[in-house]
Design a protein around this ligand. Sequence first.
Ligand code: NAD
Length: 696
Amino acid sequence: MDDAQYVEHAFDGDVHVLRIANPPVNTLRTAVRQGLLDGIKRSLKEGARAIVIIGKGRMYSAGAEMTEFNKPRQPPSLPEVFDAIENSPVPVVAAIHGSALGGGLELALVCHARVASPGAQVGLPEVKRGFVPGAGGTQRLPRLIGAEAALKLIVGGDPVKAEEAVKLGFVDAVLEGDLEKAAIVWARDAAKSGRKFTLARNRKDKIEGTDLAAFDAAAAALLKRSRGQESPKGCAAAVRAAVTESFDDGLVVERQQFQRLVEGEQSFALRHVFFGEREAQRIPDLPEGTQPLPVKNAVVIGGGTMGGGIAMNFANNGIPVTIVETTQEALDKGLARCEANWERTVKSGRLSQAEYEKRRACLKGSIDLNVVKDADLVIEAVFENMDVKKEIFAKLDKIARPGVVLATNTSTLDIDQIASATSRPELVIGMHFFSPANVMRLLENVRGAKTNAAAIATATDVGKRIGKLPVLVGNCDGFVGNRMTGKRTPQVEKLLLEGCLPQDIDRVMETYGMAMGPLATGDLAGLDIGAAVRKARGTVAPIADAVVARGRFGQKTGKGWYMYDEKRTRLVDPEVEAIILDVAEKMQVRRRKIEDQEILERLLLPMVNEGARILEEGVAYRAVDIDVVFCNGFGWPAWRGGPMFWADRMGLKAVRDKLALYAEQTGDANLKPAALIEQLAAEGGTFAGLGVRKAA
Ligand code: NAD
């Protein structure tokens, strides 16, 4: 395809249309920029009265071509294209359908006017990729809608609908019907009527008189949420410059922030996760043309903590779903929990009453397992017990139509054993949701030895339809996330024994960026669960066992690794320190001060080591799949890129040496470097460089 074809030039009388044609998302790659520049010049030369810029296919433009970021920049630059648009003596109108994001929206903001299809999405998500809008977005948007409103959109990074954008003032009109035709009429009328458009760069009305103190207070409140992430700060600084500087000087501030951030470690990490999330959707060994089975409704077995949340996902997305429970009482409780959850969202203003009613109407309940006979998909979420699960799967197999997928939400049990209770093991798959299941984005889909392509395609497709991020993993104890996290636990116990207190460990992990440290997380989940697992497996953890022995089960008993007040505020409890010191003394351990770096390494390295084993076994296809799991289901900050990314950045030689050192120092055999780490360290390789591994 030559450059000209990336932007099609069409005419309707004296209105010229430039159609961006770079499927699938019309990124502004070099050829598109060149095509737009040529198109503007040609339109003007040929006497156009107005010019419409529109996207071909499913959207206007998703913005810059991020794969060009790490390469030498090719002319023309976006600012060069933008100059041509702003200098055009005839109006240039952006016509937005689907979405205009990032550089795509900036290309619209520079135009003389913007029209959009109903429901089109417009926004500047750059902050989520670790940088700031770099083509004038931070300067033009405040001039169109005011500094504080722009700050919210740019620091938040979430798009808004065209209708909202009209209210805010950065889209001029929402046009019904065929957008290209409607935009041509709109542009022609505007040109004919001699309507004067003021370019965004020349607008002053919305930023003059901005109360800087109020702006700074709003920025500080927004930035509080982003903790260690740098790009929100950069965004706020650039938007502030729209108020304090001239347009051109503001652009300089924006460019400095952009350059600094786009080359930084955090943006690299965020882009790694962003591309990884797309990559994880590609399942390498799925035969081409594999179609998901049609799923128009679902049945969830068990309406407890997980079952209720899982069912809500379906109802939230308009898919009828029925919860099956054993007793009317349990069912009523389960349904009431879903209702209460939705009602809270209505109260907070994030859900309309009408939408709530729509969702509620999609959710049904039954205490008769026979409702499964009409199900297109069954997801089991009953107690974590193999005998119970096998009994249920045997029944489900008899009732469900042949060809229907039977999924389990087990977090630890063997999928193959569960599948063996049915006559259709090829249609049994794990769909491992994370708590709270209606909120957490991660869905680990677990393939059993016999799971077929259609079942995998179905679980993937359904996962996406209910707003989850499905990652396909292999069948093993704990799958990817819990298996790796489990390897951290012995080090937590050892660190406590050797010199740390719970708050030291949590502080290090939270400073690193984790939503919650491992001990606070334990308190939330319940310490009795871990104790029961240890008992079943015949293992001991002297400190954790001593804490549980005092009835300290975590938040639910008001005491665990911490104590909690009535607002569930986490407070340090001297009794815990006493327990720890007592156990250490009995075990004759001489406690020492442990540096933060050692704490961090001893918690992350065992996970990386297990991640390497997971790759050796083909339980995950790619290292980035593991990172995606952690960033979407385990509170790992995306701006840190995930555990495997962390290891690659440290260098696998250093990872191997440190693992070997800690293995020796702590006597934890699990820390002996995995064969894959030894191999990559010797070769100078990286996890990322491994590419796709064969499935288990
Ligand atoms: P839960 O105890 O809250 O709920 C289980 C529900 O299943 C109960 O309401 C019970 O009445 C119902 N039930 C039991 N037998 C049944 C049957 N024969 N038919 C219908 N309903 C039946 O448990 P949970 O936390 O929701 O866990 C459910 C499953 O999800 C387990 O396999 C668990 O390992 C897994 N899981 C839990 C979490 C978590 O954080 N809680 C996370 C991921 C996966």
